[in-house]
Design a protein around this ligand. Structure first.
Ligand code: PMP
Length: 397
């Protein structure tokens, strides 16, 4: 039976990690994988998470199933985290939230819901977008198309081209937007641009489908959810897929949430029943541990404060590294102005190097990044900035 299955190539990012691990050069730098690291190159459990886990260990007295929508209590808390307190769509009973296995689970469940509601719908994704969006959404049977987003020449969003493309999208299609910290470009919509996207969505009748994987990593928890909050205020229907992998550091626990904003509360009830029937057939129930931790943190003022402080530290480290990398690069060469790196947000930026230059950095300097020159900023360390800058200077020459 299985002899018909060919061997598939390794995932490029995971392949890069293996190559990095096998590299014996002590100067090596991993700018590949999108995991937050501190200045010691580690990804420790956040202290607020460890404290919540200790509490949970003492309190949990059963491993019986939780609810199909996830750990009780957490859904209301994560809805508030995403949409803020007293969001009009929440107050009107139009939002339904379920916990999902990570942001990936949320994206896939949303795609299955769309497939049930409108199998002919196309999902429009930004050029470029996170590579895994394509199989996650496409494998649910939906058609994907692209709208222009990042301009590699100017290192910024080509917003006129984006708007132009959005204005041609048929009613009933979906547009995938990144709430903040666009992966892979780091180029985010401004508030004015979000407003214009909302205007066009209203005008055209397309449905925003927002991926929020980095809330708190860009400008802060409130600012990074400006887009979803605005669109949920101004539009009848919005889909929001949330990941807690980065902002709670819960990567392996697979913690995420899917919130859908419906036209009214009776459509919301029907929609929730459909969501639960989708998940029942896919994995029955989401994992409970990560959501329980989030629930404990968000229901404790003290742990929430501690978690937010840790999140602020992570965000400040990333923006500090961005600034320091620009300073180091621009101080030693004039060929390329790298100041765009400090204007971008979140984990990633494109350096704008070609594939040969990327391979040269890997071969000659043991500096690892994806072939399209996307770097994961948190993989940098302040004591390696000069080494990385010198290496980039040498391959530009
Ligand atoms: N969306 C984007 C843009 C991401 O970068 C990620 C994680 N790399 C995810 C969603 C999903 O993350 P997870 O399933 O690990 O929560």
């Amino acid at each position: 039976m299985f002899s018909s299955l060919p061997l598939l190539p390794a995932d490029p990012i995971l392949g890069l990690s293996v190559a990095y691990q096998q590299d014996t050069n002590p100067a090596k730098v991993d700018l590949g994988v999108g995991i937050y690291k501190n200045d010691a190159g580690e990804t420790p459990v956040m202290a607020a998470v460890a404290a919540a886990e200790a509490l949970r260990l003492r309190q949990e007295n059963s491993k019986a199933y939780t609810h199909p929508a996830g750990y009780p209590g957490a859904n209301a808390a994560v809805t508030r985290l995403a949409f803020g307190n007293n969001h009009p769509a929440a107050d009107a009973g139009r939002i339904r939230t379920i916990q999902t296995p990570g942001g990936c689970g949320a994206l896939r469940v949303a795609a299955e819901l769309i497939q049930r509601a409108r199998p002919s719908a196309t999902i429009w994704v930004s050029t470029p977008t996170w590579a895994n969006h394509i199989p996650l959404l496409g494998n649910a049977g939906l058609q994907l198309r692209e709208y222009p987003y990042y301009d590699y020449q100017s290192h910024s969003i080509d917003f006129p081209a984006m708007l132009d493309a959005l204005r041609k999208i048929p009613a009933g299609d979906l547009v995938l937007l990144h709430a903040a910290c666009h992966n892979p470009s780091g180029a985010d919509l401004s508030r004015e641009q979000w407003q214009q996207v909302a205007d066009v969505a209203l005008e055209r009748g397309f449905i925003p489908f927002i991926d929020m994987a980095y809330q708190g990593f860009g400008e802060g928890l409130e600012a990074d959810s400006y887009g979803p909050r605005l669109l949920a205020e101004r539009l009848p229907e919005v889909i929001l897929a949330v990941s807690f992998s980065k902002n709670f550091g819960l990567y392996r626990e697979r913690a995420g949430a899917l919130s859908v904003v419906f036209r009214d509360s009776s459509e919301a009830d029907a929609g929730l029943s459909q969501l639960l029937s989708v998940t029942r057939a896919l994995y029955s129930m989401p994992p409970a541990h990560g959501s329980a931790i989030i629930d404990i943190i968000l229901h404790s003022d003290e742990l929430t404060r501690q978690w937010q402080e840790e999140l602020d530290t992570m965000r400040n480290r990333i923006s500090g590294l961005r600034q320091n990398l620009v300073t180091s690069l621009n101080a030693i060469q004039q060929q390329v102005d790298f100041s765009f790196i400090a204007r971008e947000r979140g984990m990633f930026s494109f350096l704008g190097l070609n594939r040969d230059q990327v391979l040269q950095l890997r071969r000659d300097y043991s500096i690892y990044m994806t072939d399209n020159s996307r770097i994961s900023i948190a993989g940098l360390r302040n004591d390696k900035l000069d080494y990385v800058a010198q290496a980039i200077k040498s391959i530009l020459a």
